[in-house]
Design a binder for this molecule. Structure first.
Ligand SMILES: Cc1cc2nc3c(=O)[nH]c(=O)nc-3n(C[C@H](O)[C@H](O)[C@H](O)COP(=O)(O)OP(=O)(O)OC[C@H]3O[C@@H](n4cnc5c(N)ncnc54)[C@H](O)[C@@H]3O)c2cc1C
Length: 482
């Protein structure tokens, strides 16, 4: 079969490798001149930053792509497990750490929040059981309302509980946890799907299991080594990657697909789109307009070269805002930039010292904002930047402004231009209701034979691990169909 994959993001490259290893003739067309999409790299003034993702979980799902292709993943990329995963900073300047050992984490949390470690372990044990059932029922493969799926869903439903399905995460956590710091920790996990803890159903607390129980990893040389290793695998598997080819239109003539790009034309028996689902539909000539309220959040990222090292900062750091509820009400309901944002700071030079100059650090500083191309202006970004600098200066007891020696900024607009993220949304449609969670776009098009979707904007969800899993699901579907 001749297969054209649109986009060389992590989902696109992994699906291309898998399909090529099955003997298909695979071409990848990508508008940029390098792989990775959202997971690309930014380099300037002696600093290196991973452009988007920084938290790497489930390395086994990445390994699986190489194993599927009969290759040893260790010949392509290596990684280490983090002992200290994330440091969470609170208003009163206290912080606790999440470790690779859940018992140690429970003790660290108890020491700072007075939340009994036994209660924490009981809670996480419950979500672990729910998560396990979810992984088996919803993540691997297609959501099909047939008897085996309904039986598995019933089992999941009984474990998760009625209350957690029809109550928001934040309300549930207030009732069950009732400890401000621990509630903030759990509520934060809603944002890993670009959703709001005040809207998404409480069973999404199960996402906490990924960081709190399964741990986090760091690929040597940073996240960009993931798309680079997939690119190398693709070349070894005989995939033809065409960079600098922007797809302009996707159409079907009889049984053959036609892809028009900025440079060329490609025909195919099967098309797999790794381009954001909404953009793919536009490229097919559909009038497509999804409002911001349906989309996952976007982000503003400040890439800062900082001329000092901070021993209190770790690889992953979260600084909570004064008023988390107000922050999300501004992002989701008012559709404006938050005036007091929660700030995530990633410092990869803590591990890869060559990512920053001597005695300096590379700060990737991210805040959540609505997915909209109308909010970004010099004034709005400067206001947000001031709020971020103010928060970090107070929390770190240091005037941060003077330490920023160079800067680049990612906005919803640049994310949309650079990677095709629809209105800058990171994960496509949000998961702010049960309906949206259950109706995430399938990997196979409902109407057009030979059209498939892969990546973080379709089933089973956003983020590197799920984009990798979607490549497995998509290939299984293609094997079944052909
Ligand atoms: C700021 C930020 C922070 C994130 N943090 C994390 C994190 O910590 N952990 C995590 O797991 N995930 C995180 N993510 C999400 C993660 O980056 C993605 O879910 C993941 O990279 C999967 O991407 P994908 O396969 O959907 O492809 P994408 O990265 O979306 O790639 C799509 C590809 O299609 C190409 N393309 C688009 N339009 C066209 C066109 N017309 N013609 C040709 N090519 C086109 C793009 O250039 C791109 O290469 C983050 C993302 C961002 C932006």
């Amino acid at each position: 079969m001749k297969i054209v994959v649109l986009g060389a993001g992590i989902g696109g490259l992994s699906v291309a490798c898998r399909l090529s290893s099955l003997g298909h003739n695979v071409v990848v067309v990508e508008k940029n001149n390098s792989p990775g999409g959202k997971a690309s790299v930014v380099k300037f003034n002696g600093y290196t930053f991973d452009a988007g993702p920084s938290l790497f979980t489930y390395p086994e799902w990445l390994d699986d792509v190489f194993v599927f292709c009969n290759k040893n993943p260790r010949d392509y990329y290596t990684y280490k497990k983090l002992n200290l995963v994330t440091r969470y900073f609170f208003n009163d300047k206290s912080y606790f750490d999440v470790f690779d050992d859940v018992n140690k984490t429970a003790k660290s949390i108890e020491a700072v929040s007075n939340f009994p470690s036994s209660k924490f372990l009981k809670l996480i044990n419950h979500w672990q059981l729910v998560y396990q059932l979810s992984e088996e029922t919803f993540l691997s493969g297609k959501i099909k309302f047939n008897p085996p799926f309904l039986k598995a869903s019933m089992k999941w439903f009984l474990k998760s509980g009625f209350y957690s399905i029809f109550t928001s995460m934040a309300i549930y956590n207030k009732k069950v946890i009732n400890n401000n710091k621990v509630e903030l920790l759990f509520n934060r996990f809603a944002t890993y799907t670009g959703s709001s803890p005040y809207k998404t159903p409480a069973f999404m607390n199960q996402l906490s299991v990924v960081e709190l129980c399964k741990g986090a990893y760091y690929p040597d040389n940073g996240i960009y080594s993931i798309p680079k290793s997939l690119e190398k695998l693709a070349v070894d598997m005989g995939v033809d990657i065409r960079y600098n080819n922007q797809v302009r239109a996707i159409s079907k003539e009889n049984d053959s697909w036609l892809i028009k790009t900025s440079k060329s034309h490609f025909s195919a028996d099967i098309v797999v789109s790794n381009i954001d689902y909404c953009f793919t539909r536009k490229l097919m000539g559909e009038q497509f307009n999804l409002p911001t309220s349906k989309l996952s959040t976007s982000g503003i990222v400040f890439y800062w070269g900082v001329s000092k090292t901070f021993k209190d900062l770790k690889l992953h750091n979260v600084f909570f805002s004064d008023d988390y509820q107000k922050e999300f009400s501004q992002i989701i309901d008012d559709v404006i930039f938050p005036d007091k944002p929660t700030v995530y700071v990633n410092v990869s030079s803590k591990i890869d010292s060559h990512h920053a100059k001597n005695n300096c650090e590379n700060w990737f500083v991210m805040v959540n904002v609505p997915s909209s191309l109308e909010l970004t202006s010099k004034k709005s970004v400067t206001k947000l930047r001031d709020a971020v600098i103010n928060l970090l200066s107070v929390k770190l007891n240091e005037s941060i402004k003077e330490l920023i020696e160079c800067e680049r900024i990612l906005t919803p607009n640049t994310l949309s231009d650079d990677t095709g993220a629809y209105k800058g949304s990171i994960y496509g449609v949000n998961q702010n209701s049960l309906f949206k969670i259950m109706n995430r776009k399938d990997n196979k098009d409902k109407f057009d034979k030979g059209l498939y979707y892969v990546g973080g904007t379709v089933h089973p969800g956003g983020g590197i691990p799920l984009a990798l899993l979607s490549s497995k699901n998509t290939v299984n579907q293609i094997i079944k169909d052909y």
